[in-house]
Design a protein around this ligand. Structure first.
Ligand code: NAP
Ligand code: HSE
Length: 460
């Protein structure tokens, strides 16, 4: 590979990919030295010899960047060149691969990613927000320059589910892909379940352990899981990423009482992300992130802490389960460095065209979002209502009028608030549109003291 390939935003035509000579080290620029970036440095330092054997060449970090040069990172930073402006790393002659571990869908992370791929440098990122919003553009840039784009760590942390879909399940039509994609939410839900502790308290712990995003609203509102689902769906179905079509509900409205009710029903609550083809001829894409009730005997019910698990149902493979640590420095660094090793091997073998979404970007379909009203499921509905005569009758009448049959119903006074009662029910299987209609009938009722919570039940 020739040194000094052109770089920078000005370049209209992407430079061709840079190729180190056979056996020469693969040189890395690392942007972001936080939880994941620090983990990558520690991993490369600890396992350097093993990695060199497996990659066919040493992998060395030449330049690093973060916000604060003086921050104590518990690592000797003097051995790496420092760049104050991380976007300059894509212009360095001593860099073959840019590793972006800063985060944010736009801003400097995106500028750096574009510059790296345009300049013919490989890009490795853990940034699911950026891939969910700009993955198509970045993949197209990589195709033009022949520079690989890899993002294994962006989905399910250390779990090789992207490789699983791109490689292991490549021969299958995927019937359904679903699972637990956010370690922070899973840590919160399973810890609340085990300890009865408060939401806010457990969230602070997840942040301290390095699981949460810089803005944890991305985790608890379901956005992070939606980013990951949109990426998985594109890989599973050969479609363009359509993050805006993911129906997203987070875990912020779940009460300890919901967790207790679910348990009494033989279920746990998990934030489930799910995608499948739907509609006539499977020509629509259904994508949803939502807290669900999962029965105790379902494999996802035993996924605790920051663990992620993804089920891929292939038409020939059957059910594949990918499971492991979905967040944290070590597991995420493991996925990042695996991508770097892939690039080192690909370059060594004369790897020219990289297809991060399995097929060329131009061949990815643009599927419309599938409607969900006809989907049939049992639903858990929770109301907080005024404690007065006739309220239960009002709720059950709305169910009757919408054609929703009730399987079980619980009513409990709340110790912490006078005059409020929690009513939880599970419906028989019904179209989602019917449940929506029942809630529409109740909308505005003075008996309801809070917006009702709806969670579907996952069947085994
Ligand atoms: P983090 O701990 O907050 O680290 C972010 C790093 O980026 C810090 O080193 C910070 O510098 C640097 N940075 C932030 N803004 C910058 C800017 N404008 N210019 C230069 N440097 C900047 O984040 P993280 O948890 O490592 O996450 C990094 C990426 O990995 C994100 O895309 C995240 O979604 C993804 N990810 C994280 C995990 C996880 O478990 N944490 C798992 C999978 C994927 P300072 O250190 O100087 O402040
Ligand atoms: N905040 C993310 C999570 C990090 O909790 O899953 C891993 O992507």
């Amino acid at each position: 590979m020739a040194e000094g390939a052109q770089t920078g935003t000005q370049a209209q035509t992407p430079a061709r990919m840079r190729r180190p000579a056979a056996g020469a080290p693969l040189r890395i620029a690392l942007a972001g030295l936080g939880t994941v970036g620090g983990g990558v440095l520690r991993l490369i330092e600890a396992n350097g010899a093993l990695i060199a054997r497996r990659a066919g060449r040493p992998i060395i970090v030449t330049a690093v960047s973060a916000r604060d040069r003086d921050k104590d990172r518990g690592l000797d930073m003097t051995r790496y060149a420092w760049e104050d402006d991380m976007t300059r790393m894509a212009a360095r002659a001593d860099v073959d691969v840019v590793v972006e571990l800063v985060g944010g869908a736009d801003g400097p992370a995106l500028t750096l990613a574009r510059q790296a791929l345009r300049s013919g440098r490989a890009l490795v990122t853990a940034n699911k927000a950026m891939i969910a919003h700009h993955g198509m553009e970045l993949a197209a840039l990589g195709e033009q320059s022949g520079a690989p784009l890899r993002f294994e760590a962006a989905v399910a942390g250390g779990v090789p589910v992207i490789k699983g879909l791109r490689e292991g399940a490549a021969a299958n039509a995927v019937d359904r892909v679903y699972g637990i994609l956010n370690g922070t939410c899973n840590y919160i839900l399973s810890t609340m379940e085990d300890s009865g502790r408060d939401f806010a308290d457990v969230l602070a712990e997840a942040q301290a352990l390095g699981y949460a995003e810089a803005d944890p609203a991305f985790d608890i509102e379901g956005t992070d899981a939606a980013h990951k689902l949109a990426i998985l769906a594109a890989l599973a179905y050969g479609t363009q990423i359509d993050f805006t079509a993911v129906e997203t509900t987070g875990i912020t409205r779940i009460l300890a009482a919901d967790i207790a009710e679910a348990e009494a029903l033989g279920h746990v609550i998990r934030l489930i992300a799910m995608a499948e083809l739907e509609g006539e001829g499977g020509r629509g894409l259904f994508q949803r992130v939502q807290p669900c009730l999962v029965p105790f005997d379902h494999p996802l019910a035993h996924v605790d802490g920051p663990t992620n698990a993804v089920v891929v149902e292939g038409n020939f493979s059957g059910r594949l389960l990918f499971q492991g640590a979905g967040a944290g420095d070590g597991p995420t660094a493991s996925a990042v460095v695996a991508d770097i090793i892939d690039i080192a091997r690909g370059i060594a073998q004369g790897f020219e065209a990289d297809m991060p979404f399995s097929v060329p970007v131009a061949n990815l379909e643009a599927l419309p979002p599938a409607a969900s009203g006809h989907r049939r499921a049992r639903a858990y509905l929770r109301f907080i209502v005024a404690d007065r005569p006739g309220v239960l009758a009002e709720i059950t009448a709305a169910m009757r009028d919408a054609g929703v049959s009730i399987e079980s119903l619980m009513q409990k006074g709340r110790a912490d608030s006078e005059g409020e009662v929690l009513v939880a029910m599970v419906t028989h299987e019904a179209p989602e549109a019917a449940v929506t209609e029942a809630l529409r009938l109740l909308d505005g009722s003075p008996s309801l003291l809070a917006k009702p919570l709806v969670m579907h039940l996952i069947e085994k």
